[in-house]
Design a protein. Structure first.
Length: 125
């Protein structure tokens, strides 16, 4: 079965004004969502190390580039895929440490992925 996914940041601290509309349109269109909060770069950082302190988008981008030696364009699956389970564990631990509701977790999806080994809050793969 084909699946269609949309991955985007909420751009914390100020969400896009049409975020809720985009979520509803995706649901109506059968598109799965993976929404990162506060930013997708934190999910990438968690592939390499724990991170529990506050960071803004620019700091997260710089740290991600330092860790994966990227130019901030694209993601090298050969680097990230072997580290997915570590990242998921770190994200779960971070969520538990901050005791956030599911819709405010590090990376959550609007409906649990089918046929994927992932929790309903973390997109893996």
């Amino acid at each position: 079965m084909d699946e269609f996914w949309c991955v985007f940041d909420v751009e914390w601290p100020q969400n896009h004004p049409h975020l809720r509309d985009a979520i509803e349109q995706a649901r109506q269109g059968g598109i799965e969502l993976a929404i990162s909060n506060p930013c997708f770069e934190l999910w990438l950082i968690l592939h390499f190390q724990d991170h529990g302190s506050w960071l803004n988008n620019n700091t997260a981008r710089r740290l991600r580039q330092k860790l994966d030696r990227s130019d901030n364009k694209g993601i090298d699956a050969a680097i990230y895929m072997p580290l997915v389970r570590d990242a998921a564990r770190r994200a779960e631990e971070l969520d538990e440490r901050h005791r956030l509701p599911p819709r405010q977790s590090i990376l959550w999806n609007a409906s649990a992925p089918r046929d994927h080994q992932a929790s309903s809050r973390h997109v893996i793969g």
